[in-house]
Design a binder for this molecule. Structure first.
Ligand SMILES: NC(=O)c1ccc[n+]([C@@H]2O[C@H](COP(=O)([O-])OP(=O)(O)OC[C@H]3O[C@@H](n4cnc5c(N)ncnc54)[C@H](OP(=O)(O)O)[C@@H]3O)[C@@H](O)[C@H]2O)c1
Length: 265
């Protein structure tokens, strides 16, 4: 229900995917500190159990590989054993693979879409019946990326999956506009996590995971449709996004690494 003001992520039951590291892990710490019960998911069981040990009864691990359609029934029953309702879900699980040449490897695209797009849909599929049982106005929050605002070289797979996610979230927000469930999209700029640790280009306005998590929680509390940050990066990108034809024609060619055709004929 857009515009409804909830009591703001306190004493809520929250499910965070991608909780074993980076932004998701930082979210867990801040959500617990605010008095929430948090179900933490990822593939790395040890990392999830460590969080559960660190936060005692406030955190419950649930191993969930979002790219694995076959695990849905089992994850649904494990989730039902932990809780019979959810107030908020933050679908943060994601991977990044860059495309380094145009010798297309469709498997790469499949991997990225399985996690970054279908993984979020699977999370919503599992969460929806429990969100419907929330006694507050429930929220589903998908973590996208500012890369969906403009086409960036090498981000064909990652950016396309995040753009698909953005489209999905916007339509879901329309379709659910007369229901209690609010759907939001987070579009972070650069955050210093494992996902960006191998980036060999400059990452302007790089944030810590804690700073990113704080901005996400603030945005979720305000029930914002789009949670973009940092503003000093998102505003210029959004402005440039108005002229993406010019970006593709004049700016992109200076950014791409594929300047010469090195293939033999
Ligand atoms: N860092 C940035 O600059 C940046 C910028 C924009 C958007 N984002 C987005 O922010 C989100 C979090 O990324 P991060 O930067 O915090 O990276 P990260 O530290 O690498 O965390 C990624 C998380 O996703 C989980 N994950 C990956 N594949 C999974 C799968 N198949 N099933 C379940 N969980 C999976 C990982 O857990 P396991 O390994 O335990 O499965 C891990 O907890 C991602 O969606 C990313 O696209 C990040």
């Amino acid at each position: 229900m857009a515009g409804h003001v909830q009591k703001s992520l306190q004493g809520a039951c929250v499910w965070v995917t991608g909780a074993s590291s980076g932004i998701g892990k930082a979210l867990v710490g801040q959500l617990v500190a605010a008095g929430n019960f948090v179900i933490v998911s990822g593939r790395n069981k040890d990392a999830l159990c460590k969080l559960a040990t660190q936060f005692g009864g406030k955190v419950k691990p649930l191993v969930f590989d979002v790219s694995c359609a076959d695990s849905m029934t089992s994850v649904a029953s494990q989730l039902a054993n932990i809780t019979d309702y959810l107030d908020c879900v933050i679908a943060c699980a994601g991977v990044c693979e860059y495309v380094d040449d145009l010798d297309f490897d469709s498997k790469l695209y499949e991997r990225v879409f399985e996690t970054n797009f279908l993984g979020v849909i699977r999370t919503l599929e599992l969460a929806k019946p429990l969100l419907d049982k929330s006694k507050t106005a429930p929220q589903f929050v998908a973590v996208g990326s500012l890369s969906s605002v403009l086409p960036f070289p090498r981000a064909q797979a990652y950016g396309a999956a995040k753009a698909a996610l953005e489209y999905f979230v916007k339509v879901a927000r329309i379709d659910l506009s007369h229901q209690r469930l609010d759907v939001s999209l987070v579009r972070p700029g650069f955050v210093a996590t494992a996902l960006t640790s191998n980036n060999d280009f400059s990452m302007p306005f790089l944030l810590t995971p804690d700073a990113a998590a704080k901005r996400i929680i603030d945005g979720v509390r305000k029930r914002k449709a789009i949670i973009d940050f940092p503003r000093r990066l998102s505003w210029p990108l959004r402005f440039l996004g108005l002229f993406d034809g010019l970006w593709v024609r004049f700016v992109g060619p200076h950014l791409t690494r594929m300047k010469t055709n090195t293939k033999s004929v």
